[in-house]
Design a protein around this ligand. Structure first.
Ligand code: ATP
Ligand code: MG
Ligand code: MG
Ligand code: MG
Length: 486
C-alpha cells in the first residue's frame, strides 16, 4: 500500500467516525516559543489541551509534518527514525476517552484491506499500557488481545507529560512484531527493532505539578476534561505494509536512495541483512542522504532557509550532513541537482506545492551546496598543506590546533580531517582537538549566559551543530552564489 493511500485511509476512517480533518501546521513551530519545529501532531492543538482556547470541534484528525532533530544520530542506523516524518493523529477534546480511542485504533489496524483498513494480523500486534492502567488493559482484552501480549511498562515509557505543569497521563503504544529475522522474541521490552513501535495513544487524564525530568513530578488530580492525543508514524506503517526493512525503503524515500546509489556507484544492501543496526556503513550513508535530502526539501518548502542560527542553522547542518555523506560515498560533484528533483517527485503527490514552488526551493538548496563545496575545497587545500608540513617535520599526527583551525575557520568537519589524514598515513591529535572544542563551547556558554538570551533549549540540536564548523554564508539575501568564510 502506497504511503499516500495509508494517509488517505487514516483520514477517511476517522472522518467517518465524526472527526474534523485539520490540515498540517507548517514545520516551523510558530505557535510555541520553546520549540523550533513541530515534533508531534498535537503541537497545533496545545491551546485546546491546556484549556486556553475552545476548538470548533470535539474530534479532529490530521497528518502532521514533523521534524525531530534529536533523532538525527539514529537516522540510517535504526529501521525507524527519520529527521522529517509524518504523524497521523486523532484527537478528542473532552469527547471520547480510552474506551473510544482503543477500539478506533484497533479497528483501523486490523480491518481487512478490502474494507478500508490496514489489514494487519492482530496476533502480531503488541499493545503496551502504563503499570497501573488496568482500565486500558481491560479495553485491550475486550477488543480481543490476549493478556500475554499486553505489556505493562513504567513511567519512562508509558507516561506522557509536556515537561511542564499541565495535562499528563498514561499512554498505550502499539508495536508490530516484524518476525524472527529482525531480532529476539519476547515483546517490545526485549527488542524494539523486531517489535517496532508504530502508534502512541496518549490519555490525558491528570494535572501535574512542577518537577524535573520525565518521572519526577507530583500528580495534583484529575483534569476537568479528559483528552485523547494519538500519533501514528506514517512512514513506519508504510514500512510494515510495504514489507520493507526500514523507513528509508518506502515509496516516498527509496527513489532518492536509489538515485544516490546510482550516482556514487554503490549497490545498496549488497552487504547488509534485515537488521538496520548491523548495516554496512555505505548503506547507512545512503539512508542518511535520502532522509536528509527529503528533510531539506520539506523545510525549504515550508519557508526555512539556510542560515547561521535557529531553524536555518538546523537546515544548514542537515544539508551539509547529506552533502558530506555523498562525498564519503565517492561522489565529489554537486549532488543536490540530481537528488532534490527525485525527492520532489516522491513528495509532491501529497504536497503539490512542492512542485509549484520547486524553482524557489531548488535555488536555495543548490546555492547552499555550492557554498559548502567551496568551503570544502578551501579546507582541503589547507589540509593538504598541513599534511605536507607534518610529514616533512617527521611527525606522526596532525596537531589538535591544526584540526581545530580547519574546523573553526574553514567549517571543515573533523571526521573528514580524520579520514583524509588516515588516507595519508597520518593520525590526528583528537584529544587536543576535543580540548579546544570544549574550550570554545565553554566560551560560547559563558557568552550566552552573559547575553541572557531566551529560554529555547537548543541542546537537542547540539549533535547537528557539532559536526560542522562556523562558516558565515551571506549569499541568501540576494540569492547570489557567494559565500564569505569567517
Ligand atoms: P521511538 O521510541 O521509536 O523513538 P517515540 O516513542 O519517540 O518513538 P512518539 O513520541 O511516541 O515516538 O511519537 C509517536 C509516533 O511517531 C511513534 O509511535 C512513531 O510511529 C512515530 N515516530 C516518532 N519518531 C519518529 C521518527 N524519528 N521517524 C519516524 N517516525 C517517528
Ligand atoms: Mg523517539
Ligand atoms: Mg517509544
Ligand atoms: Mg512513543
Amino acid at each position: 500500500m502506497k504511503t499516500a493511500e495509508i494517509k488517505r485511509r487514516y483520514l477517511a476512517h476517522f472522518e467517518a467516525n465524526g472527526h474534523t480533518v485539520v490540515p498540517s501546521a507548517p514545520l516551523p513551530a510558530i505557535s510555541d516559543p520553546n520549540l523550533l519545529f513541530v515534533n508531534a501532531g498535537m503541537v497545533q492543538f496545545v491551546p485546546y489541551f491546556l484549556g486556553q482556547q475552545t476548538p470548533a470541534y470535539r474530534r479532529a484528525v490530521s497528518v502532521q509534518k514533523c521534524l525531530r532533530t534529536p533523532d538525527i544520530d539514529e537516522v540510517g542506523k535504526t529501521s525507524r527514525h527519520g529527521t522529517f516524518f509524518q504523524m497521523n493523529g486523532n484527537f478528542s477534546f473532552g469527547d471520547y476517552f480510552k474506551s473510544g480511542a482503543i477500539p478506533l485504533a484497533w479497528d483501523l489496524v486490523t480491518k481487512p484491506v478490502a474494507e478500508g483498513g490496514y489489514g494487519l494480523d492482530g496476533e502480531r500486534v503488541w499493545p503496551t499500557v502504563y503499570l497501573d492502567d488496568d482500565e486500558a488493559f481491560e479495553i485491550w482484552r475486550s477488543v480481543g488481545v490476549p493478556a500475554e501480549r499486553i505489556v505493562r511498562r513504567g513511567k519512562a515509557d508509558n507516561f506522557w507529560s509536556m515537561g511542564i505543569p499541565g495535562p499528563c497521563g498514561p499512554c498505550s503504544e502499539l508495536f508490530y512484531d516484524r518476525g524472527p529475522e529482525y531480532g529476539r522474541e519476547g515483546g517490545p521490552a526485549v527488542d524494539e527493532d523486531r517489535y517496532m513501535e508504530f502508534w502512541n495513544l496518549v490519555f490525558m487524564q491528570y494535572e501535574r505539578g512542577p518537577g524535573s525530568g520525565k518521572e519526577d513530578f507530583p500528580i495534583l488530580g484529575d483534569l476537568p476534561a479528559q483528552n485523547i492525543d494519538t500519533g501514528m508514524g506514517l512512514e513506519r506503517m508504510a514500512s510494515i505494509l510495504q514489507g520493507v526493512d526500514n523507513l528509508y525503503e518506502i515509496d516516498e524515500v527509496r527513489p532518492i536512495l536509489d538515485r544516490a546509489a546510482e550516482l556514487t556507484g554503490k549497490r545498496y544492501g549488497a552487504h547488509s541483512g534485515h537488521v538496520a543496526s548491523e548495516s554496512h556503513p555505505d548503506d547507512v550513508r545512503l539512508r542518511v542522504v535520502a532522509d536528509h535530502v527529503r528533510t531539506a526539501l520539506m523545510l525549504i518548502g515550508d519557508g526555512v532557509t539556510p542560515s547561521n542560527e535557529g531553524r536555518g542553522y538546523v537546515l544548514r547542518r542537515i544539508m551539509r550532513r547529506a552533502i558530506r555523506a555523498v562525498r564519503l560515498l565517492g561522489w565529489q560533484e554537486r549532488a543536490l541537482p540530481e537528488l532534490l528533483p527525485v525527492a520532489r517527485d516522491c513528495m509532491s503527490p501529497s504536497y503539490p506545492e512542492l512542485a509549484a514552488e520547486f524553482d524557489r526551493i531548488s535555488q536555495y538548496a543548490y546555492a547552499e551546496e555550492d557554498a559548502f563545496l567551496s568551503t570544502l575545497r578551501a579546507g582541503t587545500t589547507i589540509l593538504d598543506t598541513a599534511i605536507a608540513q607534518t610529514r616533512s617535520a617527521g611527525k606522526p599526527a596532525l596537531s589538535g590546533e591544526q584540526a581545530f583551525q580547519l574546523h573553526d575557520t574553514y567549517g571543515f568537519p573533523i571526521d573528514l580531517t580524520l579520514e583524509i589524514a588516515a588516507e595519508q598515513g597520518l593520525q590526528v591529535d583528537a584529544e587536543g582537538f576535543r580540548r579546544l572544542m570544549a574550550d570554545q563551547r565553554n566560551r560560547a556558554k559563558a557568552d550566552a549566559q552573559a547575553r541572557k538570551t531566551g529560554h529555547t533549549d537548543v541542546s537537542a540540536y547540539r549533535s547537528v551543530r557539532d559536526d560542522g564548523g562556523a562558516v558565515e554564508f551571506t549569499g541568501y539575501s540576494e540569492l547570489s552564489r557567494e559565500s564569505r568564510v569567517r
